[in-house]
Design a protein around this ligand. Structure first.
Ligand code: KIV
Length: 266
């Protein structure tokens, strides 16, 4: 029987000072392999808008697409915790819409949802979701859904004052009931300070090594997405070359009449 990672496991990791790993996945097979590899948490990130669907920003994806990808990932996972990133405009208009859209992700197999940013409204959404049994992951620092108001891909929390502001927001999120918080593009020392002053785990996305966990976009890790590489991402493989190589070999075999062989026909 596979032991499922839950919010309790995640909190225990923090309490025992054990690091945990988070990667994104958007499809069944990738999710299955990440689970088999022992990744603790799998995030259906709205980054899929850019890396899997070719949009310029994360704004273009909606709840219908997230539903399809959430179901696919959840069906591939038996051990890791599955978290769905709630897309732009899926929880912003009113609380009942937020509950209905987040609830849909849980029905499809997600174990939690992630929502970006901080405001009184966001706090009330988190409280309501937690009240009805939906675990929520917060997301502070650089928040891609706020790209236009932040004025671009900018590092957040650079000064002590800015780090204090993120910590203040993080503490409010914690009070509202989040079980973890992503810190994106925050200087390592600021993220360390924030992490040391919180009870819930922090998950670094370009926020250095002192957070309780690390998250990366799997297409960056596999070397599959090649339009750009964030400074904080590490490429562990070269899937682009592998795909090119396989596709070229197939193309050659078809054109030379080497595919299919006797073993590959009925
Ligand atoms: O959309 C995403 O993939 C994310 C993470 C990388 C934190 O939000």
């Amino acid at each position: 029987m596979v032991k499922k990672i839950t919010v309790n496991t995640i909190q225990k990791y923090k309490d025992n000072k054990e690091k945990f790993s988070v990667l994104t996945a958007y499809d069944y097979s990738t999710a299955k392999y990440l689970d088999e590899a022992g990744i603790d948490m799998i995030l259906i990130g709205d980054s899929l808008a850019m890396v899997a669907l070719g949009y310029e920003t994360t704004h273009s994806i909606g709840i219908e697409e997230m539903s399809i990808f959430t179901g696919a990932v959840a069906r591939g996972v038996s051990h890791a915790m599955v978290v769905t990133d709630m897309p732009f405009l899926s929880y912003h208009c009113d609380i009942s819409e937020a509950v209905s859209n987040c609830g849909k992700m849980i029905k499809l197999g997600a174990n939690a949802v992630k929502i970006e940013g901080f405001s009184d409204y966001i706090l009330s959404v988190i409280k309501r979701l937690v009240d009805i049994g939906i675990p929520v992951m917060g997301h502070l620092g650089f928040t891609p859904q706020f790209l236009n108001t932040l004025g671009g891909y900018k590092i957040q929390g650079k000064t002590q004052e800015a780090a204090d502001e993120i910590l203040k927001q993080a503490k409010e999120l914690e009070k509202a009931g989040v079980f973890s918080i992503v810190l994106e593009m925050v200087p390592q020392e600021s993220a360390k300070y924030i992490t040391e002053n919180l009870s819930v785990p922090t998950i670094s996305c370009g926020a250095g090594k002192y957070c309780d966990a690390q998250v990366l976009v799997s297409d960056d890790v596999f070397g599959k997405f090649s339009d750009f590489k964030p400074k904080f991402a590490r490429k562990y493989g070269d899937m682009k070359s592998l795909i090119l190589d396989c596709a070229k070999k197939f193309d050659e075999d078809v054109k030379k009449g080497n595919f299919p062989s006797e073993d590959e026909i009925f």
